[in-house]
Ligand binder design. Structure first.
Ligand code: ZN
Length: 551
């Protein structure tokens, strides 16, 4: 590499968190041709500044590797931005006004679609059809909750789908009912399909627009890459192929191809075909998403021991394992042998254990591989299973924004777990046991702002005051800031198989960078959650810039 040509871009006078193996610090970085050509003290870049070099004076602000989100749904999030989006109301109430306004201003839409409602805004976490009928009396309405594990429907939708007291629950879900068996308006997990199959498909144009919106939104938080945690052929995949082909995909994306739990090994061939056909530019469909269970709030998260009821008595419900563990013992070795990464969704300790067991079966069959399996969510982990993450080479994929006291945790979760509530989100224990801890937001389930997430990982308290409870959530599981930052940089790059070219600020790597508005590590400068991204670069090109970047 010649060093005498001038750089395209120089950032100097800052606190560069390189996130290299030594976690070293620098003050300046220089970029040429999309790659990092120098990192060090300001003097190391002085000779690289030419007449056409853009020089950004950092004034002590932090630069990190561009953030990567290890589990996120940007197309889905973008679609909610296009539709009846209740995310903003999620803490304050059910959002009836918003639904009413949306329906009134979209008279031509045959269905009212959207979502983002918050379980804790409704009694028992389950909204009712009559309340939705009041604001949408004339058309069917289908509104998913913010975690995507339930839907709120009105009477028109139930009627169209032919769901009555006589309809039995599907094996993979549950229809919420009144005591006499009448459907009350909430459909859990697989029961959503009874209605969603009638909802018109998203058009290719809507999907592409959704990805553009989602991508722009994420870039605004310093995010330069991600793993899309559900990619289906006629939905997300279309959008990625379109934007990667047209050059509009500025983010680096790993797609996790959705495992259909109604099918078996036959779908593996399709994955191989799709990997070959759709890997374009920055889009790499190299992961397979295995949704092992549901969520605890509706008792579909799979637990080793049964849930307790609200009086603390043991029930007979251990939740639902959505993928047959016997099948998994051959499917996961098969996808691992083909070089696909298993990406598990596991909330309950039974789901976490079944995921680890499946990786163990793959290790036995194939020996060590470089597929870097990961388990996302890891809400309840049996203490015996914590060391297995390191032993099996399984990455812990944490969503730290959920590890706090708020209504969803305090009212809908803790009472039904009993003493096991202390096994939730054991990030520090995983780290201490040698696991690689990567992080993601699960947006649009929760905010994609990595600084909020790091705040929670470190403080175990939500930075948004109106949700924050006075108590710190299991303080012994607080992470150090440098480890939380690793979760969104080098460790997320590792899980995305992008660590050779991104994830740290080192000579030769792509200049994917996030510039923050202050010194991230100086608590005198404010709370972690108050820090914000003011500049985002991919291969040295600014894809998001706040006026403060030059200020
Ligand atoms: Zn997800």
């Amino acid at each position: 590499m010649t060093t005498d040509q001038p750089a395209d871009l120089v950032l100097r006078g800052g606190r560069i968190a390189t996130m290299d193996a030594a976690r070293s610090w620098a003050t300046a970085v220089a970029v040429r041709g999309g790659r990092i050509v120098a990192v060090g003290p300001d003097a190391a870049v002085a000779d690289l500044i030419g007449s056409r070099t853009r020089v950004i004076e950092l004034g002590g602000r932090t630069v990190t590797p561009g953030f990567q989100d290890a589990h996120v749904h940007p197309v889905h999030g973008g679609l909610s931005m296009l539709r009846c989006d209740l995310h903003e109301d999620l803490m304050s109430g059910p959002g009836y006004d918003k639904i009413e306004t949306y329906a009134r201003t979209h008279p031509d839409e045959a269905w009212i679609r959207g979502g983002g409602w918050y379980m804790a805004a409704f009694e028992g976490g389950t909204p009712r059809r009559e309340d939705l009928d009041r604001v949408v009396p004339d058309r069917p309405a289908f509104l998913t909750n913010r975690d995507g594990h339930g839907a709120w429907v009105n009477s028109k939708a139930l009627e169209l789908a032919g769901i009555t007291a006589a309809t039995s629950d599907p094996s993979d879900g549950r229809i919420e009912r009144d005591p006499d068996g009448t459907p009350s308006g909430t459909l859990h997990e697989g029961a959503m399909d009874l209605v969603s199959r009638l909802v018109p498909d998203d058009t290719p144009a809507e999907l592409e627009e959704a990805l553009r919106l989602g991508q722009r939104y994420l870039h605004g938080f310093g995010i330069t890459g991600w793993q899309d945690a559900i990619v289906e052929p006629h939905a997300e995949e279309r959008a990625y192929v379109a934007l990667a082909s047209s050059g509009e995909l500025t983010a680096r994306v790993v797609g996790a191809l959705w495992w259909d739990h109604h099918r078996g090994a036959d779908q593996i061939e399709d994955f191989v075909e799709r990997r070959k056909a759709t890997a374009i530019g920055r889009y790499a469909p190299t992961s397979v998403k295995l949704m092992m269970d549901g969520v605890l709030e509706n008792f579909t998260g799979a637990l080793l021991e049964p849930y307790v009821d609200r009086h603390g008595a043991v029930t007979d419900n251990r939740g639902l394992l959505q993928i047959d563990p016997d099948g998994l013992a051959s499917w996961v070795p098969a996808i691992d042998a083909l070089g696909f990464q298993p990406h598990f969704h596991a909330i309950g300790d039974r789901a976490v254990r079944a995921s680890l067991d499946a990786v163990e079966a793959a290790r036995r069959a194939n020996g060590p591989s470089d597929t870097r399996p990961h388990i996302a969510h890891i809400q309840v982990i049996h203490p015996d299973d914590i060391p297995r993450f390191r032993e099996l080479g399984v990455v812990a994929n944490a969503q730290p924004l959920w590890a706090g006291h708020e209504d969803q945790m305090d009212i809908l979760t803790i009472p039904f777990l009993g003493d096991r509530w202390r096994w939730q989100y054991p990030f520090r224990s995983l780290r201490a046991a040698g696991a690689v801890v990567a992080m993601g937001s699960d947006w649009s389930v929760s905010s994609p702002n990595p600084l909020w997430e790091m705040h929670l990982a470190v403080e175990r308290k939500n930075p948004v005051e109106y949700i924050a409870n006075a108590d710190v959530f299991l303080p012994e599981e607080r992470l150090d800031l440098i480890d939380a930052l690793a979760g969104f940089t080098c460790n997320a790059a590792y899980v995305n198989h992008l660590d050779e070219v991104t994830g740290s600020i080192e000579v030769g790597k792509y200049a994917d960078l996030a510039v923050l508005d202050r010194d991230l590590f100086d608590r005198g400068a404010g709370r972690i959650g108050d820090v914000r991204a003011i500049g985002t670069f991919v291969e040295g090109v600014a894809i998001y810039e706040d006026p403060a970047l030059e200020g």
